[in-house]
Structures are given as structure tokens and as C-alpha cells.
Design a protein around this ligand. Structure first.
Ligand code: 8YV
Length: 332
């Protein structure tokens, strides 16, 4: 009897979902969250036919060089800046992400952050917990209303669109900037208008970043862009650290050039720029926008489905649903 192909899963996920691999694969799942140094990661991957990895695993040419049997790297995330897609493609290895599994959860969380920052919820809670509430004046704790304001979205993929759809209920005007315009039907559905990046920066009262991190989008929001924004504006980053220059953002917030920020992601996370930690007008969360059972279970199922499908099993047998480099499958 030939040995089953081996799948390595780099972190604890949901055993009941992963169990779907068991009939076909030998599954090795890490029982703890570990940040593997590159050489250790390469050693983990070496004898695998498939791997399911997350953001903290940076997988490129060096990591897969010794992995002669590896056919797929399934990423537990929609963003895949941790993968060197060109290197994987050159090595004939498929890569997949979890597009579609987390959009609604992330959009909900984005609104929680936007409203939380606008209404100063973090600051108010800290003040209350510190026992400072002896009464408030009628005119204290004024935040910002969203109704009638302009929501800008930079990056209008699935998550940006899900954020835009919710804005209708909040009575906002929605503008967006994306490399390519949405088809008109989708623009109407999202009630969103395409503008150039300069206009987006100048007109937005609330600006949501929902674009992937690429070499081109690194520091897409830096000192120059922040200077173009309204001093009353709120910036929310639920996309990736590195899209915002966190140092420049701390300057703008400290100098009153921007009213507030809501940040779920950071350059160099889990380390957060200490200057951001000191500012009251920043609402912070530890990269948890997709942390709901629906999203995280859905992401796990999608990674599992991609692996199953590539090996001819499961509901998508032969047609892995979210392959990032389909040319590899075409060549196989
Ligand atoms: C992470 C994310 O994958 O999907 C993405 O791109 O950033 C998140 O969903 C998640 O936090 C697990 O690390």
C-alpha cells in the first residue's frame, strides 16, 4: 500500500473541519502557535505534498527549494503577501487563499472600528475603567456622526464592497479608488462612485483601507497622503500593516492633522509603534477583523477544500476554488 500524501498545518485550527482530510492524507497539525525561523519552516515543508499556512509563515523560493513533492500552499487568509507567488509558480506549486470566506465578518468589524473611533469608545472606556466618571457635562465626549458624511474606500475588492454596502444604512455618500473601476452594476449596487486617489484623500470624512499589501501599496498612506486629508477625518486600516506609514500617522494624529484612526493591523505586528499606543485618538485591535466563528471556520474549510480538490477529492474535486496561480494547474 502506498503511503498517503502528507499535509502540514502550521497552526491549530478547527479539528472537525481538518478531519475531512483524514481519509486521504496523513495530517500533521502544529498543536501550538509558533513562529518558525526560515530554516525550520523549510524543514517542516520539505516532506509534504500540501501545506496549510498563515500570515506568519513567509513561503518563498528558499522554503520550497527542498520540497520535491509539494503541490499546494493553501493560505489561511485572503491577503497573501506572505507568499512569494512568482517563486511558487516557477516551482510549479499551486497557491490558494480564502477569498470570500471572511468579507462580511471583516466588513462588520470595520464598521465597529469606524464607529468606535468616531464616537471615542476606546478613550471613553479607558476613562470609565480608570474610575474617572463622577458625572459628565452635556457637552462632554462629543464624537463624530457618520450620517451625511463621505466614506472613502481605498481598495474596492470584496471587502471594500461589503463595507460600502453597509454605508447605505448609515446614510453616507460612498466614494472609492481602485486601480480598475467596478462594473457599473456593481457600482450601483454599492452606491459608490470612483474617484482618483487625490480626490479620495481630500473628500473622505472616513477613509477605509481595504487593499492588499504589494510593493506598490507599501506606504500608500504616508506623510504626503495624510497631509491631503481633512483634519477632521478618521482613517481605518483593516487591510495590512505596511500600507500605512505608522510613524507618519502618529505624527499626523499627534499634531491634529487627522482626527482619529482605527487600526487592526500594524507595520511589524505584533509589535506596535509605541507612539500610537500613547495617543488617545487611536482605536487599536490586534489583527482580529476576521476573528468570528463564521469567518475563521470558513477560512479553514476553504483551505481544506483547496487541498482536497487539488488531489481530486471533496466537493470541488479537480477544481480548487480559490487558486491564485491557475497557470500551474493548466500546466499540470
Ligand atoms: C488573517 C488576514 O489571516 O485574511 C487575511 O488576509 O489578515 C486575516 O484573516 C488571520 O488573522 C489569521 O492570521
Amino acid at each position: 500500500m502506498t503511503a498517503k500524501p502528507r499535509v502540514w498545518i502550521s497552526r491549530p485550527t478547527f479539528p472537525d473541519i481538518v478531519a475531512r482530510l483524514d481519509p486521504y492524507f496523513e495530517v500533521v497539525a502544529e498543536p501550538r502557535e509558533i513562529v518558525f525561523p526560515p530554516a525550520e519552516l523549510a524543514a517542516k515543508i520539505r516532506d509534504c505534498d500540501a501545506v496549510i499556512v498563515g500570515l506568519k509563515e513567509r513561503v518563498g523560493a528558499a522554503e520550497v527549494a527542498g520540497a520535491a513533492r509539494l503541490r499546494i500552499v493553501a493560505n489561511l487568509g485572503v491577503g497573501y503577501d506572505n507568499l512569494d507567488l512568482a517563486a511558487l509558480t516557477a516551482a510549479g506549486i499551486a497557491a490558494s487563499n480564502t477569498a470570500g470566506a471572511l468579507d462580511e465578518s471583516v466588513a462588520d468589524f470595520t464598521w465597529a472600528m469606524l464607529l468606535g473611533a468616531a464616537r471615542r469608545m476606546g478613550e471613553a472606556e479607558r476613562w470609565l475603567r480608570a474610575g474617572q466618571w463622577q458625572g459628565t457635562r452635556f457637552t462632554d465626549w462629543l464624537g463624530m456622526d457618520v450620517r451625511g458624511r463621505t466614506l472613502g474606500i481605498l481598495g474596492m475588492g470584496r471587502i471594500g464592497q461589503a463595507v460600502a454596502r453597509r454605508a447605505v444604512g448609515f446614510g453616507m455618500d460612498v466614494i472609492y479608488h481602485n486601480r480598475s473601476r467596478l462594473p457599473q452594476a456593481l457600482e450601483s449596487e454599492c452606491r459608490a462612485r470612483w474617484v482618483d486617489k487625490g480626490e479620495l484623500l481630500r473628500l473622505s470624512d472616513f477613509l477605509v483601507l481595504a487593499l492588499p499589501l504589494t510593493p506598490e501599496s507599501r506606504h500608500a498612506i504616508g506623510a504626503t497622503e495624510l497631509a491631503q486629508m481633512k483634519p477632521t477625518a478618521v482613517l481605518a486600516n483593516i487591510a495590512r500593516g505596511g500600507i500605512v506609514d505608522d510613524g507618519a500617522l502618529a505624527d499626523a494624529l499627534a499634531q491634529g492633522k487627522l482626527a482619529a484612526a482605527a487600526l487592526d493591523v500594524f507595520e511589524g505586528e505584533p509589535v506596535v509603534n509605541p507612539r500610537l499606543l500613547e495617543l488617545d485618538n487611536v482605536l487599536l485591535s490586534p489583527h482580529i477583523a476576521s476573528a468570528s466563528p463564521d469567518a475563521r471556520r470558513g477560512m479553514t474549510a476553504m483551505a481544506v477544500d483547496n487541498v482536497l480538490a487539488l488531489f481530486g477529492h471533496g466537493p470541488h474535486a479537480g477544481r480548487p476554488p480559490t487558486i491564485l496561480n491557475p497557470e500551474v494547474l493548466a500546466a499540470a
